[in-house]
Design a protein around this ligand. Structure first.
Ligand code: PSU
Ligand code: MN
Length: 300
């Protein structure tokens, strides 16, 4: 049986015309941003993708069907329905087989985007290796290793062990490019403290690397797009509230896929919305850059 897949009219038309398309994930809407702002942000990032010449394809599972591009009702369900779970790749089959619904993470969005023939994807920050004693590594990393997709992000979330995550990205042969930077971005922070081997200046260079990467072997190209220094979260505030959030997560016994949403929410509360503002700016900027790269890729 073929995968139950529904493509929005806007995305289907762009596909038919060979026009640039940008995949957007739904977990950051459902579980990464607080309500009610999340719905407005979901709509706004789609608008940004359109403004920069591409068609947005927000991906989610609704009632046992994969949606490539959501209408406003679908977007509203993802943003406002309390019963929308977070679906990594391993959860997708269960949700689809049982007629369920859910929001897709970086791993599952990348997989579904490729199945729909979409090569460029914008998100906030990738998952990675968590800090602390118990081993917790996001499925995003292994998924990117085998998926021919270009992901625009602000690095990996700063709640993670960034050094270990960079090592894993290297082991998994994920190509990482700094966009106008030699430093790996730290999500809320412009600079994670770690260097990058490769830097590009313009979208067409990302497109050229991606084409070559795909010719060599299926695997992701990560374009790391840092927040400008004047838009980052104050680093002192960041370090203080992160330490408190990590301690609270441990004290509350938070495990598994609840860890990332819990930490992001703790930071949003503890910074009085400053981390939320930075997170939204990250997503907006990544949507713009992804649309420009998708344009360069479509132009050939
Ligand atoms: N980027 C954001 N906010 C988010 C995420 C990314 O700005 O909430 C989500 C993505 O869906 C990513 C997930 O795949 O966080 C990582 O979750 P985990 O660590 O459980 O793999
Ligand atoms: Mn995990």
């Amino acid at each position: 049986m073929p995968l139950p897949l529904s493509t929005s009219p806007e995305v289907a038309q762009a596909q038919a015309n060979g026009e640039p398309i940008v995949a957007l994930e739904s977990t950051l809407i459902a579980h990464g941003l607080p309500r009610p702002d999340n719905l407005a942000v979901a709509r706004e990032i789609e608008q940004i993708v359109r403004r920069y010449g591409a068609t947005p394809a927000t991906i989610a599972v609704l009632d046992g069907t994969v949606h490539i591009g959501l209408d406003d009702t679908g977007l509203r369900r993802i943003a406002c329905d309390d019963a929308i779970p977070k679906l990594g790749i391993r959860d997708l089959a269960v949700a689809l087989a049982s007629g369920g619904s859910g929001a897709t993470t970086v791993s599952s969005t990348a997989l579904l985007a490729i199945k729909a023939g979409i090569a460029v994807f914008a998100t906030g920050g990738l998952g990675g290796v968590h800090r602390g004693g118990g081993y917790d590594e996001s499925a995003d990393l292994a998924a990117l290793a085998g998926t021919p997709i270009l992901v625009v992000c602000a690095g990996v979330k700063s709640i993670l062990d960034i050094e270990a995550t960079l090592e894993r990205l290297e082991s998994l042969s994920v190509t990482v490019l700094g966009y106008r930077t030699n430093r790996f971005p730290g999500f809320y922070l412009t600079d994670s403290g770690f260097p990058l081997d490769w830097r590009i200046e313009e979208p067409h260079q990302a497109a050229a690397v991606f084409r070559t990467r795909t010719d060599l072997q299926a695997g992701a190209v990560v374009v790391a797009n840092p927040l400008p220094p004047d838009e980052q979260l104050d680093p002192g505030l960041h370090d203080r509230v992160l330490a408190a959030a990590l301690a609270a997560a441990a004290a509350d016994g938070i495990t598994g896929k609840a860890v990332t949403p819990y930490l992001l929410d703790s930071l949003h509360r503890a910074t009085g919305g400053e981390s939320l503002r930075a997170n939204v700016t990250i997503i907006q900027r990544n949507a713009e850059l992804a649309a420009r790269i998708a344009g360069a890729l479509a132009a050939g």
